[in-house]
Design a protein around this ligand. Structure first.
Ligand SMILES: [Cu+2]
Length: 152
């Protein structure tokens, strides 16, 4: 499968700032979830990425033992109302900011699932950031998105 790799202005701007990698607090992934999917097919990972650090960072890679390849994608509405998705070289996260990966927007693409994902399963993944941080995340397989509210 081949995807166009767009040169997104925001990504370029972020690479300029993220290139100056200072020691900082690692980004965090929360509310990570995925949908049920059959082994051999393609799954998607959604989450909220928070950057509590004082410097901008960017997600540059992701990998999971649950998939042959994991890519960073972004879905968007193209002319004519057709949804398209494009591979992203990176996704910038501003200092102190968050970026939401959700259906219809940014997502991880789990290509070539090595196992069938059933509701309740957990998919481990490692996220690599421009700062060099490597962050573990666990995607819960569920039919509906987790709610982002405060539950105690
Ligand atoms: Cu995708």
């Amino acid at each position: 499968m081949r995807f166009a790799v767009p040169l997104i202005a925001a990504a370029l701007a972020a690479s300029a700032t993220a290139a100056v990698a200072a020691p900082q607090v690692s980004p965090r992934a929360t509310l990570a979830w995925s949908r049920p999917a059959v082994a051999g097919s393609t799954g998607a990972g959604f989450m909220t990425l928070a950057n509590p650090g004082k410097a901008a960072d960017a997600l540059v890679a992701a990998e999971s033992p649950a998939a042959r390849t994991t890519e960073i994608h972004r879905s968007s509405m193209a002319a004519g109302g057709v949804m398209k998705m494009e591979k992203q070289a990176q996704v910038a996260i501003p200092a102190g900011g968050t970026v939401v990966f959700a259906p219809g927007g940014y997502h991880l693409m789990f290509i070539g699932l090595t196992r069938t994902l059933k509701a309740g399963d957990k998919i481990p993944a490692t996220l690599t950031f421009a700062s060099g941080a490597r962050v573990k995340a666990e995607f819960e397989v569920r039919v509906t998105p987790p709610t982002g509210g405060n539950h105690h």
